[in-house]
Ligand binder design. Structure first.
Ligand code: GLA
Length: 504
């Protein structure tokens, strides 16, 4: 009897202890993250809330679902540890969203910077949808005759993102001139995303408070012998959530022409939530037509991350360049992965029409000087647009030397417009070459390995007849061959870049 009472008391004690334990240790017995949440991670520069909707399913520690915002819809995967979770998009290695379930809310940080509290979504919490507009029938838009050599200039996104305004663009314009960049060919000053305001009752899209008078800014930039570029999307919103040109293509092109805009980067972003990849050509054609109708010569840059073989139809929509990759970042891994994968696109580059492996990261601080020399060399061999993406007001002498290397720029700007191909690859060492208008050949030997290595350029591989002479474009000196080969030691992640010509 006694013993049974004591065993009953023991069971009760264990039950109470378990219940207390459950409330004290929520992480061990976390609630499920399955559900739909809505939040605002920032107020944009046009005063509009940047809304996000998260829909997740949890199975064990694994999460799947979607994150939608004004500018994008991402399929995500993720991991939960107790109430903590991290979400990844597109196979990225870094989470773009980390959060904790606290009570019934999610406390979230997106992109490592913006924080938000997302609450269980109400029935009407959703990203606004738009009326579907049929893509137009295909036809050829006549070439605009621009960009006979790859466009050169500067773009605000890589360094400044949303911290870009009129005063900064004017200061950059001044330094474009004083640093010698303009005279080296860097002409376009391109404002990327986050300049947009809110459409007025007539549908006109003005700039937001950061750009109080775009026409006056264009006048200033033109007075310096430079040109001004702008950014939009064929979707209802840009990637950063600002109004895109969806349904307003002609109107926007007219606005930009009236401001004096000379270059448009047109970024797919939320168009992916309306259209399929097969619609890329007719949708980009629509803006090609609108730019032509605006009456102003405007360089047309497609930004669609290599989604739809745009190299095959870009010229038919009067595009001057098309992005061939996802976004670059300031790292050796990102830059070199992009650089060395561009070979198959070579046949599609030609005067007026260029493959665009994304903007430069030179001078942004997370690669070595050798890596930045490789970046500049490879972009030039690839006949890529050279759009500096750094703060040119505070360049180190090394950054200046790299961006302003006129002998390398001459390779990029060569009038033949032939993009380099891989001549040979041997483990970590790759040799790329391109023919130039004067009959010479630009050749780069790249060392992707972790240790210095010897590079050899065999003259016989270059299809030049007779005796040759060569110039080392980073050492700025003539070099001579020995037994039909040019050799040099190439540091890790560095390059040996030559211009080899017939010795006449
Ligand atoms: C996309 C583009 C970037 C930049 C941002 C702006 O990610 O690929 O180059 O324009 O949008 O939101």
């Amino acid at each position: 009897m006694n013993s049974s009472r004591s065993s009953c008391t023991n069971s009760l004690t264990i039950l109470v202890a378990l219940l207390v334990g459950l409330t004290l240790l929520p992480s061990a017995y976390a609630q499920s993250l399955t559900g739909k949440w809505a939040g605002v991670d920032k107020i944009m520069d046009n005063g509009q809330p940047h809304k996000m909707i998260l829909e997740m399913q949890q199975s064990g520690n694994d999460l799947t679902g979607t994150v939608k915002s004004l500018g994008f819809s991402l399929e995500i995967t993720g991991k939960a540890t107790g109430n903590h979770f991290e979400l990844f998009a597109d196979g990225d290695k870094k989470p773009f969203l980390i959060g904790d379930l606290m009570g019934s809310d999610l406390h979230v940080v997106t992109w490592g910077t913006d924080s938000m509290v997302a609450k269980p979504a109400a029935a009407d919490d959703q990203i606004p949808t738009v009326k579907y507009i049929d893509p137009p029938a295909l036809h050829k838009v006549p070439s605009n005759g621009l960009a006979k050599t790859p466009p050169m200039g500067w773009n605000s996104w890589n360094k400044f993102q949303d911290k870009i305004d009129d005063a900064t663009v004017r200061a950059i314009a001044d330094v474009m001139v004083s640093s010698g960049m303009r005279d080296a060919g860097y002409i376009y000053l391109n404002i990327d995303d986050t300049w947009e305001g809110v459409r007025d009752a007539k549908g006109v899209l003005p700039a937001n408070h950061k750009f109080p008078d775009m026409k006056a800014l264009a006048d200033y930039v033109h007075s310096k012998g430079l040109k001004l570029g702008i950014y939009s999307s064929p979707g209802p919103a840009t990637c950063a959530g600002y109004p895109g040109s969806y349904g307003h293509e002609e109107q926007d092109a007219k606005t930009w022409a009236a401001w004096g805009i000379d270059y448009l980067k047109y970024d797919w972003c939320s168009a992916a939530t309306v259209y399929k990849a097969k619609d890329l050509q007719p949708i980009y054609q629509k803006m090609g037509d609108a730019l032509a109708a605006s009456g102003r010569p405007i360089v047309y840059s497609l930004c669609e991350y290599g989604l739809g073989e745009e190299q095959k139809w870009g010229p038919d929509v009067s595009a001057n360049l098309w992005r061939t990759t996802g976004d670059i970042n300031d790292s050796w891994e990102s830059m070199s992965t992009i650089a060395f994968s561009q070979g198959p696109l070579a046949p599609y580059a030609a005067p007026g029409h260029w493959n665009d492996p994304d903007m430069l990261e030179i001078g942004n601080g997370h690669m070595t000087e050798d890596e930045y020399r490789t970046h500049m060399s490879m972009w030039s061999l690839l006949a890529s647009p050279l759009l500096a993406g750094n703060d040119i007001r505070s360049m180190t002498p090394a950054t200046k030397d790299i961006l302003l290397n006129k002998e390398v720029i001459a390779i990029d700007q060569d009038s033949l417009g032939k993009q380099a191909t891989r001549l040979s690859g041997n483990g970590d060492v790759e040799t790329w070459s391109r023919p130039l208008a004067d009959g010479s050949v630009a050749v780069g030997v790249f060392n992707r390995g972790a240790a210095a290595t010897n590079a050899t350029v065999n003259v016989s591989d270059l299809k030049l007849s007779g005796a040759v002479k060569a110039r080392d474009l980073w050492a700025h000196k003539d070099v001579s061959s020995s037994s039909g080969a040019f050799t040099a030691s190439v540091p890790s992640h560095g390059v040996f870049l030559l211009r080899v010509s017939a010795a006449r």
